[in-house]
Design a protein around this ligand. Structure first.
Ligand SMILES: C[S@@+](CC[C@H](N)C(=O)[O-])C[C@H]1O[C@@H](n2cnc3c(N)ncnc32)[C@H](O)[C@@H]1O
Length: 205
């Protein structure tokens, strides 16, 4: 088991004591415009903090690499229409074009290969499907500020990269950024809505 897998198993019982971000999650989900009857994937679902925030009348799949995170998410899913599975976001076990919406909350900055995870999310999205993104990423011109570059090795060891150029990677993966805004801590956390383009990434400008 790699450190990436082991650390999330270790954090699982305590995660909800430190992490909530409920208003930011609600904002991200509202922007994704989830409609009755939609099929929704929570990719890297963690302890399932997004599950109670989703509207009724939809079909939910939720996956995470950590079985202990999945256990916590199961506790929040009692009586709800949620299918939970242990799965790598970089190698999703779903057919192409399965979902109307993929939720990527605090996951792309975590995985070893963020482009691959975004490409997988695009693959399982239906044409014109939406991604709800809430994460730490860098979207400025040039290099991130010195403090961000100094802190990043420590942040990566504990949890997360703070300088991933997630929107650039999303465009490479064939996504269009339809909305983007600061979410928290002077823009360290941001949120965006991304849409799968109907044409292939290589044919887009
Ligand atoms: C910061 S937590 C975010 C959890 C949840 N999305 C949230 O918003 O609270 C990151 C999660 O990503 C999961 N994870 C890490 N690498 C993964 C991978 N390759 N595939 C799927 N999940 C992964 C971890 O187990 C952990 O639950």
């Amino acid at each position: 088991m790699t450190w990436n897998e082991r650390r999330w198993d270790l954090y699982a019982p305590f995660y909800d004591r430190f992490i909530a971000f409920t208003p930011q999650r609600q904002r991200s989900l509202a922007l994704a415009d989830i409609q009755p009857g939609n099929r929704v994937l929570i990719d890297g679902c963690g302890t399932g903090l997004d599950i109670p925030l989703l509207p009724p009348g939809i079909e939910i799949d939720a996956v995470d690499l950590s079985s202990r995170m999945i256990h916590q998410a199961r506790l929040k899913s009692t009586g709800l229409n949620v299918r939970l599975q242990t799965m790598d976001a970089q190698n999703l076990q779903f057919p192409d074009a399965s979902f109307d919406v993929v939720i990527l909350h605090l996951i792309i900055a975590i995985v070893p290969d963020p482009l691959r995870a975004l490409q997988e999310a695009v693959r399982v999205l239906k044409p014109n499907g939406r991604i709800a993104l809430f994460d730490k990423y860098y979207d400025g011109p040039g290099q991130p500020r010195l403090i961000r570059r100094i802190l990043n090795p420590l942040m990566r060891a504990v949890a997360t990269d703070i300088n991933t150029r997630t929107l650039d990677l999303a465009r490479q993966a064939g996504l269009r950024v339809t909305h983007e805004e600061t979410a928290l801590l002077a823009g360290l956390f941001r949120l965006a809505t991304l849409q799968r383009q109907t044409q292939s990434p290589s044919s887009s400008a």
